[in-house]
Design a protein around this ligand. Structure first.
Ligand code: 13P
Ligand code: SF4
Length: 365
């Protein structure tokens, strides 16, 4: 690929945009923490002490390391999807939030809680959707369509949220867009093209869709999934809507990470094929220990998989790094106050909209 192809504006279907082609070398290798049981016990003991001393809690995403999730649960912290992580951080009395996830999650926590200290184990923990939606190109795209309501996925920078009217998460996108459609609004959607297509198909809304993608979910393959399902016809297929349409089309349940865990808990079936980051298996297995979970295929005849169902950025979170940031105060998330104020309005709109709504329930496909 030529150098100047990196930032390229292309017209797709006349109006939709593909601004940023992520190069393969921009996706880090997935490196998970390897730790002995003795070291794990010692390090978690030290972290527990530090959390107490600093009135701090760990807020972790389901895709992070199982040891981190267990520690968050044991210490009064929280493990959830991106919407609930934001809610918990906002409602918690802790003075410090240690956000184990990716950068936009730390930024959202800081925007909602400017008075709290927000630390992250690794500031390089980003997201291909966030990287693929740079503020200048996105802002120019919005300027071209001033008649449209701008809806952005949570997986974006603070600056992109500040430019938007609404922020949504996977668990709330369909409801919000349906609500806007009922008000006669036309929409700009960014950045995930697959989630955008799914929302458009569910709501029939008029949407211009930014052409970003999650490098993890994009790897799930329709043909190989169908083959696996033929071998396990009794399995329920669970799909996160960041996956491509041929994968979503085969789903029994499409939903946020919380929705997919709820499905494993509540469906009477014994076997599930799961098309999302495999970090989620920890909570699924905890919720339903007797159920059989199969990974949806990423590698097969048509695959060129790099991340293989485990987000390389989520994997940057580790026990050792949590201890390090609590000891040093390094890796504090700071957001420009002006951008933070504007982004807060966008995020708060969603918090108000979802209050009391069962947004995390699975939707049968
Ligand atoms: P959820 O909001 O469903 O947890 O999704 C966040 C994410 O990054 C999925 O890849
Ligand atoms: Fe971003 Fe995909 Fe990783 Fe989620 S799994 S944080 S969408 S790159």
């Amino acid at each position: 690929m030529m150098e100047n192809e990196e930032l390229l504006l292309l017209d797709l279907k006349g109006l939709e945009k593909s601004p940023y082609m992520l190069r393969r070398e921009e996706i880090p290798d997935t490196v998970c923490e390897v730790i002995s049981e003795d070291e794990r016990i010692a390090i978690t003991g030290r972290i527990k002490k530090l959390l107490k001393e600093q009135n701090a809690v760990i807020v972790a995403h389901y895709y992070t390391d199982a040891n981190l999730q267990s520690l968050a649960d044991e210490t009064g912290g929280y493990v959830s999807d991106s919407l609930d992580m934001a809610r918990f951080g906002h409602e918690s009395d802790a003075e410090t939030l240690v956000v184990c996830g990716v950068r936009f999650m730390g930024e959202t926590a800081k925007i909602l809680n400017p008075e709290k200290r927000v630390l992250m184990p690794d500031l390089e923990a980003n997201c291909s959707l966030d990287i693929g939606c740079p503020i200048d190109a996105f802002s120019a795209f919005c300027d071209e369509h001033p008649d449209r309501t701008v809806v952005v996925y949570a997986n974006t920078s603070a600056a992109v949220k500040a430019r938007a009217d609404w922020m949504v998460t996977s668990g709330s996108a369909v409801d919000v867009v349906r609500h806007l459609k009922e008000q006669g609004k036309k929409i700009i959607w960014a950045p995930d093209k697959y989630l955008g297509e799914y929302v458009r198909e569910q709501t029939g809304a008029d949407m211009l869709i930014w052409q970003g993608a999650c490098v993890v979910h994009e790897e799930f393959k329709g043909l190989e999934l169908a083959e696996l399902h033929r071998k396990h016809p009794d399995a329920v297929v669970l799909v996160h809507p960041e996956s491509p349409a041929p994968v979503v089309a085969q789903a029994d349940v499409v939903g946020s990470t919380t929705a997919l865990i709820n499905a494993v808990r509540t469906y009477p079936a014994r076997k599930f094929i799961v098309a999302t980051d495999k970090g989620i298996f920890h909570k699924m297995q905890e919720a339903a220990p007797d159920k059989i979970l199969l990974e949806a295929p990423t590698s097969g005849r048509s695959a060129t998989c790099k991340s293989c169902a485990h987000c390389p950025w989520m994997a940057m979170n580790s026990l050792r790094k949590v201890e390090q940031v609590l000891m040093t105060g390094e890796n504090e998330i700071l957001v420009d106050p002006d951008i933070g104020r504007k982004a807060r309005v966008t995020i708060q709109r969603l918090m108000d909209f979802t209050k009391g709504r069962p947004v995390a329930l699975a939707s049968d496909a």
